[in-house]
Design a binder for this molecule. Structure first.
Ligand SMILES: O=C(CO)COP(=O)(O)O
Length: 248
């Protein structure tokens, strides 16, 4: 059985004053029966980790470079994220793939770097609206999985997040049947390569998850949690999602 994870991706939002949201999450985290992770901008990783103190809250990065160090202006390495207090890193988010031209090969190299630095890599996959309309969603997701996960990566070191691009920040979500179809497909694709160990890889759904739809999404087969954008910025919303996952 895979661990359950409620993960928040703050994207390029948040300044130090917003860390009060971490304090406000204390009760929800203390009551949680799932892992809780927040991925703030890199500038807030260290202060968030310090703020988390004795709380059972993991802190993660949103991206990392494949190299450990060197002449890569503006980039950050997995080792630097770990040094700042991160335990996880999101890789291959569709916004990185679109804004920075990251390919499956780039993502696979980042996953290797993350694991080498002792981080858990949260690998994002998902189709565009045009791909869904063309009925190639399952193929797209399968080829992203095949290309973005290095063969040597152990299940304990990776998490897969299914994030349909058209559902991100739009308030639209796939139907529960569509989520089940993709998550079941991801599980069987992983099992084809890794056998029974694939069952230990948490599969997160991401894209317009809110407290109001979390309960039904967490009841879907092979959904082990969520990667939450907008609703992770407010402790009251994210707390509701954590509670829904804990009860699932
Ligand atoms: O991209 C996402 C998380 O990585 C999802 O964002 P929203 O929850 O804002 O749709």
């Amino acid at each position: 059985m895979a661990r359950k994870i409620a993960a928040g991706n703050w994207k390029m939002n948040g300044v130090e004053a917003d860390l009060v949201q971490v304090d406000a999450l204390a009760e929800a985290v203390a009551a949680a029966s799932c892992d809780v992770l927040l991925c703030p901008p890199a500038t807030l990783i260290a202060p968030m980790a310090a703020r988390a103190g004795l709380m059972d809250l993991y802190v993660g990065g949103q991206s990392c470079h494949a190299a450990a160090s060197g002449a890569h202006t503006g980039d950050i390495s997995a080792g630097m994220l770990a040094d700042a207090g991160a335990t996880h890193v999101i890789v291959g988010h569709s916004e990185r793939r679109a804004d920075h031209g990251e390919t499956n090969e780039d993502v696979a190299a980042q996953v290797t770097a993350a694991i080498d630095a002792g981080l858990i890599a949260i690998i994002c996959v998902g189709e565009t609206e045009a791909e869904r309309d063309a009925e190639v969603t399952l193929n797209v997701v399968a080829s992203q999985l095949a290309g973005s996960i290095p063969t040597g990566a152990l299940p304990a070191h990776i998490v897969v997040a299914y994030e349909p691009v058209w559902a991100i920040g739009t308030g639209r979500t796939p139907t529960l049947e569509q989520i089940a179809e993709v998550h079941d497909h991801i599980r069987s694709e992983l099992a084809a390569r890794r056998g029974g160990a694939a069952n230990d890889i948490p599969l997160l759904y991401g894209g317009s998850v809110k407290p109001g739809n979390a309960v039904e999404i967490f009841a879907v087969s092979n959904v082990d949690g969520a990667l939450v954008g907008g609703a992770s910025l407010k402790a009251s919303d994210f707390g509701g999602i954590i509670a829904a996952l804990s009860a699932a």
